[in-house]
Design a binder for this molecule. Structure first.
Ligand SMILES: *Cc1c(COP(=O)(O)O)cnc(C)c1O
Length: 386
């Protein structure tokens, strides 16, 4: 028999607050109602605040994959040399797009429990002056590792190389200074650290990226994938290219308001505090970490390495079916389970519940763990944080 769902501690989409749900339930307005248009403009400004940018912000009506694909299609010209950093499943997927859209693909690839370092990037760029754009994933959610965007971003800016950043689980989970780091095309989504519902793409686009896109005859136009349509019609003429997802926009504004009232730095700090507690508890319990080093672990999700003979889907299903706690598995990144601390579930007792649910599940499945010791350690950290 399946337990009723009690806690969703997944690595996106995350549980949302009652206020965000109330936003989603706002009566539907005509999209040319001045009130709705004002809401849309406010959302763009609030996204810009969260992303620390004064550049153009686009809100696209589709899950973040939409803006990730749309950006590459707009930026890539045939034969263009693009360097892609691969340390997980999203980075790997980006590479298939890059070559599929006609670019010359260069890759630096490491194991999915590791991270590409700024030194590796610098060395590659020195040896390959033909590189025009660099693509990276700020936070590889399926494996819980991060890339050093703070170093790699400015390095590319200084060399005149465009940057395309998948920061879907990076923004609000870690510092993301779009303007200060000179990032050109950055994508995030509401359903990760912001704690909103899935269904929208939030993007910042630099003037340099727009120049490139406008000059690209292959950039999509008159298409759902066209960011030029949005620039020309909505940003230019105040006319939507198609009907936006009205309910999702109202939900987005509620989530943005909560983040901005708490403060961008405070939201980031809350993720770091949840990570600290989770790591301490997991260590005391006797769990093994997926990532090779502490510094490359993502603040929004802690990945736990499982023994080879214990399948991650079995662990996830056991926690869900027996205990009513939804955890995430590795989505193909490796044999791991994720203790997520993302959005509204970053903080307080959420991670204690996650540790207890995973610990007891693994004990049930035969692993010798000190579940009580791990929970006690997590509570000590929580107590010291309060
Ligand atoms: C969630 C996420 C996306 C969006 O992809 P989905 O497969 O639709 O969830 C893209 N990139 C990263 C790094 C993500 O975490």
């Amino acid at each position: 028999m399946m337990q009723k769902l009690e806690f969703t501690l997944s690595a996106g989409p995350v549980e949302v607050t009652a206020r965000t749900l109330a936003g989603l339930a706002t009566p539907i307005q005509y999209h040319y109602d001045d009130e709705f248009q004002a809401t849309f403009r406010r959302c763009e400004a609030k996204v810009a605040e969260v992303m620390r940018t004064t550049k153009d912000v686009l809100i696209m009506q589709g899950e973040a994959i939409l803006a990730l694909e749309a950006g590459l299609r707009a930026l890539i010209t045939p034969g263009m040399h693009v360097l892609n950093l691969v340390q997980g499943v999203f980075g790997k997927g980006t590479g298939y797009w890059i070559s599929g859209f006609g670019a010359h693909l260069h890759e630096i690839e490491v194991g999915y429990d590791d991270a590409v370092t700024p030194d590796m990037v610098e060395e590659y760029l020195d040896a390959h002056p033909e590189i025009e754009m660099l693509c990276l994933v700020a936070s590889e959610t399926p494996s819980g590792t991060v890339t050093d965007v703070a170093s790699i971003g400015p390095m590319c800016r200084d060399r005149g190389i465009l940057t395309y950043i998948d920061s879907v689980s990076g923004v609000l989970g870690m510092a993301t200074l779009v303007d200060e780091w000179g990032l050109d095309y950055v994508v995030t989504g509401p359903q990760k650290c912001l704690g909103g519902a899935p269904g929208l793409s939030l993007v910042s686009v630099s003037a340099r990226a727009w120049e490139r896109i406008s000059a690209n005859p292959g950039a999509p136009r008159d298409s759902y994938l066209s960011i030029l349509d949005i620039k020309e019609k909505w940003l230019g003429e105040g006319r939507f290219p198609y009907t936006p997802s009205v309910a999702d926009i109202n939900g987005l504004e509620a989530a943005l308001d909560q983040a901005l009232e708490e403060g961008v730095d405070q939201v980031i700090a809350r993720h770091a505090a949840a990570q600290e507690l989770t790591i301490a508890g997991a260590e005391a319990m006797g769990l093994a970490f997926w990532a090779r080093r502490r510094e490359i672990m993502s603040a929004c999700v802690t990945s736990i390495r499982l023994p080879d003979d214990l399948d991650n889907a079995v662990v996830r299903d056991h926690a869900r079916h027996k205990y009513g706690v939804m955890l995430s598995h590795g989505q193909g990144a490796g044999n791991l389970i994720r203790l997520s601390h993302m959005g509204p579930t970053a903080g307080g007792f959420h991670s204690v519940v996650g540790l207890a649910a995973l610990g007891r599940t693994l004990l049930d499945l035969g692993l010798p763990l000190d579940v009580g010791g791990g929970v006690a350690r997590a509570l000590d950290v929580l107590s010291s944080q309060r």
